[in-house]
Design a binder for this molecule. Sequence first.
Ligand code: LLP
Length: 383
Amino acid sequence: MTRFPIDELKAIQTPFYFYDLKLLDQTLNEIKRTARDPRFKVHYAIKANANPGVLRRIQAAGLGVDCVSGGEIKAALEAGFKNDRIVFAGVGKSDWEIEVALEKEIGCFNVESEPELRIINEMAATMGKKAKIAIRVNPNIDAHTHEYITTGLAENKFGVNLEQLNDIITLANSLECIQLEGLHFHIGSQITETEPFMMLCQTINRLQDEYEALGIKFSSINVGGGLGIDYANPDKHPIPDFENYFKTFHNHLRLREGQVLHFELGRSVVAQCGSLITKVLYVKEGITKRFAIVDAGMTDLIRPALYNAHHKIENISNPNGELHHYDIVGPICESSDCFGKEELLPSISRGDLLALRSAGAYGEIMASQYNCRTLPSSVFSEK
Ligand code: LLP
């Protein structure tokens, strides 16, 4: 359970991200324990949080990394991740990003279209390299999650449709500077049920059978990320159920001889170890409502405004006060700049610190400077 050292935190300029590194370490240990099948290779999806202090811990735990931009590849290398443990996805890889990836000889490109495959081949030829690639397949599976973060349905821009897969595999195998390693999938994010992952296993089993019959074998399969976390009860479930997650693939995916299975987990690795700490500026009495106006806004944590997400809010200055209802709102000039409506919280006063929990993933990294605001800083706790 995350402990907030309130006296120390009071001295720090708000808003800032507070990272509980002990919890991050425990989470990483649990991943190592539950992904112990030697064929499993876990990559951290760096898009969730690229704070160097967080990255170094993840690198030290031995995970690989999943990048979606040249900037992420650079951040991963700077944090000490090995080049051959980097996979690189994204529907729109720029030439300079492909060049960086080829130059650094990363582990695998997750290729999302035929024109991209041809460009990677051309650039690899010019640079005298051979690019290892996996083809990202759009498996048309409903992950039952928010429409902005579901990626595996037919109408998404991601990956290659099942009907077009044969052609691109044939093409990949014919290109001189391409080495086809495997197939890549990612069906969405914040998936809290087991069923979509089981369906993914079944789809992959079927595809592998079909390709095996054609004499085509893959040396790797990548099932992406997506494991969800408990936003409502961060202290009850500080570590996601990795045991069940990895067991699902262990039990339902039929890996072939010598095949490795890659995972790309983002949110489940870092979400629960981070909180956004904000100070209450004013308590404003409306006619039917009472507002607590805080100094963090959607620029610091955009998930509530963008996905209608709810992060548990705690008054860490006055945890045992009398309970009242508040709307918790930020200072940005947008009505969507609201962290919670009718929140039942211990009595709030000007100067109190509030913690917005489960903000370690897609929090700090998605911050913006809208309204000419300063980006939030970060502090770390080892206790
Ligand atoms: N692999 C690929 C190809 C992805 O697109 C993603 C996330 C991941 C792995 C990691 O997924 P995770 O394990 O974190 O679910 N900003 C949104 C989430 C966007 C996820 C995008 N792709 C949010 O705040 O909910």
